[in-house]
Ligand binder design. Structure first.
Ligand SMILES: Nc1ncnc2c1ncn2[C@@H]1O[C@H](COP(=O)(O)OP(=O)(O)OP(=O)(O)O)[C@@H](O)[C@H]1O
Length: 637
């Protein structure tokens, strides 16, 4: 049983909550902050035109939060932000958490009396967003273990970190499902409520002074929602300040909060203890009927009704009265007294805990996590393997046992073009699909400061490499012998290396596009446009010698020409096919490998140079993706 008292004159700021059955989470410094808001105004510029033109469209200033002051949520308490849709709940939560980069913010946010900058706020709070983005193929325990290893201070031993994770699993009531896959992205996994708990656990592992949650109960049935709020209450009793937005909570959920902040159109209609709110509204002439859920009653009162002009004016006038009524209420006066308290003699200081997990340990953990997530994804693994085998069989079937006459030689050239375009093309789509989902997790974790970009990038690249090698090997092993290409192990090996490089370049292009743009639609458009351009300019469809003068550079940029050229050189250089004409006749040049290669008029047909260029191109794509991940910020969704 936990008693938490922070009384004021009203006797209202007091909670006495009986809660059983919890384990004390015992890591690090249990630092909890008083969270205070002073003179807070949040504005955003919105374009006046429906279809805005950058730099030209005139902008209007929209005042989302209006003069929020004298709001202090004491350390270790649980506060709900309630309001109608569009009242500014999420904006307030984001502002408190330092996540409102695009907004113009004035006023102060104070943690234990220290006015925090958005960067300080971001580093010292945990933030559970409305939707869960977790890796679907990890179990609950693995998800929390990886997070624990990455988020907990580097000074703790591995054993201690794992112990903490187990404590947390118990505290969040996740023992039952600890070894089940998380699921999501169309895969069956744990329930919505369990998934929310895992997301909370992930944030708890950074041992934040304050935990913010945006609509933690959205999408949950009322029983699960109640359980989740109970869990949060239990965490707050372990010295965590917890603030969440919530939509129309059930009566028994509503009474679990210590404090309520009621917002309407960016104005505070009430801030104070939950148990004083009914009396406060009654004192303003709005008695909550016995059989009505208080939160529904208050939300109805503060909603502007736009159905008719009359109703709109009436509801606006009522809202105005409620705002003024609150500002002249004894509760407001008590809030003013609380927020003028000085922290001068307070031993609780605002501090940001340094979490310095070793750089290489980050890389190893992320690599391991990425591998596990990928290998477990049976649908992707099977699809990629089956797709590789099928495409190899189809191509091998079409170009089966190529002859050594003129049509056979011509078909060999076509075969090289087809395989360097087709297989990489299919891979690029699979890659973009995979990364556009995975990068949602990266955006959140990077924004949370869980790791740095370079370890993530290195780990992701390293984890994808075996797939490119294996699929290229399977494809080459089937196609090469079916098509009956140059019979030697050395030439087969070179064929495989070029297939692998072509695939790796495409995979890198897919990763680069997703790193820049994130969305599947936009990334695949970018990658497809580039691929189509390079596929046309390979030198197979149109002879580069015929390009207009201003397009000659194109002949050197097409990445596929290097793999196509490499395969052609591997087959034809130093090779010859049986000439049906008497030896020495000019027609025999049609069967001479070097002459065939010359007639292709490739820009570069040196195996070593072509291979090196492909390595250089994939390196450029990968470096661009590293820069994009580091410098093109995508706010977590
Ligand atoms: N970046 C932005 N640009 C323009 N307007 C914004 C921006 N962010 C929020 N707003 C506007 O500010 C108002 C408050 O938005 P906010 O998302 O904070 O409301 P909310 O109370 O969380 O709503 P809901 O419950 O529907 O999620 C809305 O009218 C919204 O359109």
């Amino acid at each position: 049983m936990i008693e938490n008292d922070s009384d004021n004159d009203l006797g209202g700021h007091s909670t006495s909550i009986k809660h059983h059955n919890h384990v004390n989470l015992s890591w690090g410094k249990a630092m909890s902050f008083d969270v205070e808001i002073k003179d807070l105004n949040v504005n955003v510029k919105v374009p006046q035109w429906k279809i805005p033109v950058p730099f030209i469209t005139p902008m209007n200033e929209l005042n989302i939060l209006k003069d929020l002051s004298n709001i202090k949520v004491p350390a270790g308490s649980f506060c709900a932000i309630l309001g109608t849709s569009g009242s500014g709940k999420t904006t307030l939560l984001n502002t408190l958490a330092g996540r409102c980069e695009e907004m113009d913010i004035s006023g102060q946010i104070l943690f234990n009396g220290h006015a925090v900058t958005p960067i300080e706020a971001k580093k010292s709070v945990g933030y559970v967003m409305q939707s869960d983005h977790l890796l679907p193929n990890l179990t609950v325990r693995e998800t929390l273990r990886y997070s624990g290893m990455l988020r907990l201070p580097g000074t703790l031993s591995k054993e201690r970190k794992l112990e903490i994770v187990e404590e947390l699993i118990g505290e969040l009531a996740l023992r039952d499902c600890a070894d089940r896959l998380v699921g999501g992205h169309g895969k069956r996994g744990i329930s919505g409520g369990e998934m929310r708990r895992v997301s909370i656990g992930v944030q708890m592992l950074s041992n934040p002074g304050v935990l913010f949650l945006d609509e933690p109960t959205s999408g949950l049935d009322s029983f699960t929602a109640h359980n989740l709020i109970q869990t949060l209450l239990s965490l707050s009793r372990q010295n965590k300040t917890i603030i969440c937005t919530i939509h129309q909570p059930r009566a028994d959920i509503f009474q679990l909060f210590d404090y309520v902040l009621l917002l309407s159109k960016g104005n505070v209609v009430y801030f104070g203890p939950t148990r004083a709110i009914v009396d406060h509204f009654a004192s303003l002439g709005h008695e909550c009927p016995f059989d009505v859920n208080p939160s529904d009653f208050f939300l109805d009162l503060i909603t502007i009704n736009y159905q008719t002009d009359k109703l709109e004016n009436e509801s606006k006038a009522r809202l105005g009265d409620l705002i003024t009524g609150f500002q002249t209420s004894p509760i407001y006066q008590a809030n003013v007294t609380e927020s003028t308290q000085s922290y001068q003699n307070d031993t609780r200081k605002f501090e940001i805990e340094i979490r310095n997990t070793n750089y290489w340990l980050q890389t190893w953990l992320l690599y391991h996590r990425s591998m596990v997530n990928m290998v477990r994804d049976k649908s992707v693994v099977t699809a990629r393997l089956v797709e590789t085998v099928l495409i190899a069989l189809i191509c091998g079937g079409i170009f089966y046992k190529l002859g050594e006459d003129q049509s056979g030689i011509k078909s060999r050239v076509s075969a090289f073009y087809v395989v360097v375009i087709l297989q990489p093309y299919l891979i690029i789509i699979a890659n973009i699909l995979q990364y556009s989902e995975e990068l949602l997790v990266y955006d959140r974790e990077y924004y949370d400061g869980m790791y740095m970009t370079f370890p993530y990038w290195l780990a992701t690249k390293a984890a994808s490499l075996p797939f490119e090698v294996i699929t290229a090997f399977i494809f080459s092993s089937i196609f090469y012998w079916m098509a009956d290409l140059r019979q030697s192990a050395g030439h087969f090996f070179i064929f495989f290396v070029f297939m692998m490089l072509a695939q790796y370049c495409s995979a890198s292009l897919g990763f680069m596009s997703a790193s820049i743009l994130r969305s599947f639609a936009a990334s695949s458009l970018m990658a497809n446009l580039l691929m189509t351009f390079w596929a046309i300019t390979t030198g197979f469809i149109i002879n580069p010698a015929t390009f207009p003068i201003y397009m000659t550079w194109v002949g050197y940029t097409s990445l596929y020409q290097y793999s196509y050229g490499g395969l052609a050189a591997n087959e034809f250089k130093g090779n010859s096919y049986p000439c049906p004409y008497p030896p020495g006749t000019p027609e025999c040049s049609l069967f001479n490998g070097n002459d065939i290669l010359d007639r292709l008029e490739l820009k570069v047909n040196n195996i070593g140079v072509n291979g090196a260029v492909l390595v250089a191109i994939s390196t450029i794509f990968n470096l661009l993706s590293l820069l994009a991940l580091r410098f093109i910020t995508h706010k977590p969704k």
